[in-house]
Design a protein around this ligand. Structure first.
Ligand code: CP
Length: 306
């Protein structure tokens, strides 16, 4: 068993660098079928998704089930949110009912701040994505996937491509991969460039850098976060998309990543989605094991602090 304890996980900076490696090791053990801990008493988890999700929602549910946790169902559309209940009051309610861990996705950036500052709340909060802010569990499963290929991060060349401004995945991965020692490059249309990323790496074009990269990380165009006025998919794909010509230029050990869902034909052509160098499906698979490792780390802290 890993020796990590996490009270909440809302930003990648909540996980110390040595604990990132421990989480990866534990997730890899779980992937190989390692025994899971018996918590003796029931652990209750609830997943509150105020934005749509397939991967994060279902892989947390799978991870919770595999760990023997009970899931208290929560659907925004049938909850008292529709009667004006605030996020804080929803969390206060589930906390009072005895829910131990809440995974929350919400459009408001840093929605979690008021919750984790509230000492009277006993539950642990996991950020399943806060607006354009962060997506820490996606980033941890991404670094697990990179580690599986390279067994290290130092000096790895990673290019993050696309809608940088609106992508919480880009923000978490840039922070975490820089901390782990990777060399970062960014490609995006000017309108989707995020100046804060200039602290983390260098801006370039995909055609200039692709043959030197170890990891090509594509991002979903976040259509729901901008009005799309002037967006031309053919033009975007020509400059920022992975096609067969660019795929052929990848170096031998290079891998292609995308947090998904994928806009096929926009960020990546169909034939590259499940190509040999693509790790897109493996990222989804790894998400279950990394989320199990994160849930275990949170349970460790909760057991110790009792
Ligand atoms: N990558 C990701 O967060 O996917 P979902 O939006 O389907 O959860």
């Amino acid at each position: 068993m890993q020796n990590i304890s996490l009270r909440h996980l809302v930003r990648v900076d909540d996980v110390a660098t040595e604990d990132v490696y421990l989480l990866i090791q534990r997730a890899l053990e779980l992937k190989k079928g390692a025994e899971i801990q018996d918590y003796k008493q029931k652990v209750f988890a609830s997943n509150l998704f105020f934005e749509n999700s397939t991967r994060t929602h279902c892989s947390f549910a799978m991870a919770q089930q595999k760990l023997g946790m009970s899931i208290i169902p929560f659907e925004v559309s049938t909850s008292s949110i529709n009667k004006g209940e605030s996020l804080y009051d929803t969390v206060l309610t589930l906390d009072a009912l005895g829910v131990d861990i809440m995974v929350i996705r919400h459009p408001l950036e840093a929605f979690y701040q008021t919750l984790i500052n509230q000492a009277s709340l006993k539950c642990s909060i996991i950020n399943g994505g806060d607006g354009t802010g962060e997506h820490p569990t996606q980033s941890l499963l991404d670094v697990m996937t990179i580690y599986e290929q390279f067994q290290d991060f130092k000096e790895l060349k990673v290019v993050i491509v696309g809608d940088l401004k609106h992508s919480r995945v880009a923000h978490s991965n840039a922070r975490l991969l820089k901390r782990l020692g990777s060399k970062l490059f960014f490609c995006s249309p000017d309108a989707w460039w995020d100046e804060s990323l200039s602290n983390e790496g260098e801006r370039t074009t995909l055609d200039e850098c692709i043959n030197e990269m170890d990891v090509v990380m594509l991002l979903r165009v976040q259509h729901e976060r901008h009005n799309d006025l002037g967006f031309d998919q053919t033009e975007y794909h020509a400059k920022f998309g992975l096609n067969e010509t660019r795929y052929a230029q990848l170096n031998e050990k290079a891998i292609v990543m995308h947090p998904a869902p994928v806009n096929r034909g926009s960020e990546i052509v169909d034939v590259c989605v499940e190509a040999e160098k693509s790790r897109i499906v493996e990222q989804m698979r790894n998400g279950v094991y990394m989320r199990m490792a994160i849930l275990e780390a949170i349970m460790q802290e909760r057991t110790q602090s009792k």
